[in-house]
Design a protein around this ligand. Structure first.
Ligand code: PHB
Length: 395
């Protein structure tokens, strides 16, 4: 092909594309196109099944609306974030700059969330957090365009500390992965456990997503605490409970945790999970028509049982539906969009919850114990628990 011919062709293409843009602009508003939803979740690694459950739950909520948001069709763009904080900003930018999404739904890992959060704050894109509990996102670095549908890392453990003290355990060892989620879960536990008169004998940790627990379990056996409290999740949580039992500690030193420890892993952990007592904003066994209907529909659609991550994904869908409906699918109409989401009351399988001023759920935290591969509810450990939202200022 000669260069002249190439030039003519490319000029021709340019003219066609200008013409078609003009045609689009004059005949229909931009909102008539598909709403672009970015899913940035872990699809590989120790949190892979958490990402899948979130996506399933989110899609289920949209499917209940005929697959539409505010009357618009939806197009999905997916990125596997691998729970890798170092790639957080780059991956979020793929969705915002390359795919031009209207909203990012993500993610699970607190470190990766900080990457999404930077991109959300810089670009103004709507950011919905379906899991990661990192405090900063709804405290000092809160933002009008960022809403969380899950929890802050210290919410479940704030309820846990009191429970462990009330059970009469005076000396406790804490163990978790050393990153924001583990550190902030510890912060919540420490605050309420110390206030109730308990003593923390030792804080143990290992880097995420390391699962070499042996040396630490040997140390726990030597320390002989009254109980152990922990934060682990996903594949690592199943391995921790199995190793705990294999080390001979099950039944000897009671094991407590924020409830992620026993979510989605009860088959994998088997009998090693029996008796593990946890606090969380959801439980499979919640005996409400809303939860039962959700569980049935989810199991039918996905041929697996839902867990807290599926519920959080579902609630993220419910929240986005309320926002999108309020602006008839035009997510660029920011003030009424944010107001609808701020004012949303979510009728969730976990129970009804509302959005705090800092954009984090105000919710009940349940006390649960594992029996026969189920998280059985023992009661409410904390009623309508809100995160402090310290340092959050939304103009
Ligand atoms: C987090 O990194 O914030 C995190 C990850 C998994 C969980 C909970 C919190 O189950």
């Amino acid at each position: 092909m000669t260069s002249t011919r190439r030039q003519v062709l490319s000029q021709g293409a340019a003219i066609v594309s200008v013409a078609s843009t003009g045609f689009l602009a004059s005949t229909a508003s931009a909102q008539a196109g598909k709403l672009r939803v970015g899913l940035m979740l872990p699809y590989t690694g120790t949190f892979a099944q958490l990402g899948v459950a979130i996506e399933n739950g989110f899609r289920m909520a949209l499917n209940e609306q005929g697959g539409k948001l505010g009357g618009r069709e939806v197009e999905f763009f997916k990125v596997d974030d691998e729970s890798e904080p170092a790639k957080g900003i780059e991956n979020a930018n793929k969705l915002v700059q390359r795919d031009k999404v209207d909203v990012i739904v993500g993610t699970v890992h607190s470190g990766v969330q900080m990457g999404i959060h930077k991109v959300a704050r810089d670009s103004g894109v709507l950011s919905l957090i379906p899991n990661a509990g990192v405090h900063a996102a709804t405290r000092g670095l809160c933002a009008l365009n960022v809403f969380r549908t899950s929890f802050t890392n210290s919410q479940p453990t704030k309820a846990l500390g009191k429970v462990v003290a009330q059970k009469g355990h005076k000396r406790v060892v804490w163990i978790s992965w050393k990153y924001a989620a583990g550190d902030e879960a510890f912060e919540g536990f420490k605050e309420s456990y110390l206030a109730a008169g308990g003593t923390i004998v030792k804080e143990l940790g290992l880097p995420f997503p390391n699962v070499e627990f042996q040396a630490l379990l040997t140390e726990i056996a030597a320390l002989k605490p009254d109980a152990v409290a922990c934060f682990f999740a996903g594949g690592g949580a199943a391995k921790f409970m199995k190793d705990y039992a294999a080390a001979g500690l099950q039944g000897k030193i009671p094991l407590y945790g924020s409830g992620f420890l026993t979510e989605g892993v009860l088959d994998a952990a088997g009998p090693a999970a029996n008796g593990v007592t946890t606090t969380l904003h959801y439980s499979d066994s919640l005996d409400t028509p809303r939860n039962k209907a959700f569980r049935l529909a989810y199991a039918k659609q996905y041929k697996m049982q839902p867990d807290v991550y599926a519920v959080q994904g579902y609630d993220t869908g419910l929240l986005l539906i309320q926002g999108a409906n309020a602006v008839k699918g035009d997510l660029t109409n920011k003030a009424p969009l944010y107001k609808a989401m701020q004012d949303a009351a979510i009728d969730s399988p976990r129970g009804k919850w509302t959005m705090s001023a800092a954009h984090n759920p105000v919710q009940d935290i349940y006390l649960r114990v594992v029996k026969d591969k189920e998280n059985k509810v023992l009661g409410i450990a904390a009623k309508a628990l809100s995160d402090s939202g310290t340092g959050c200022k939304l103009a």
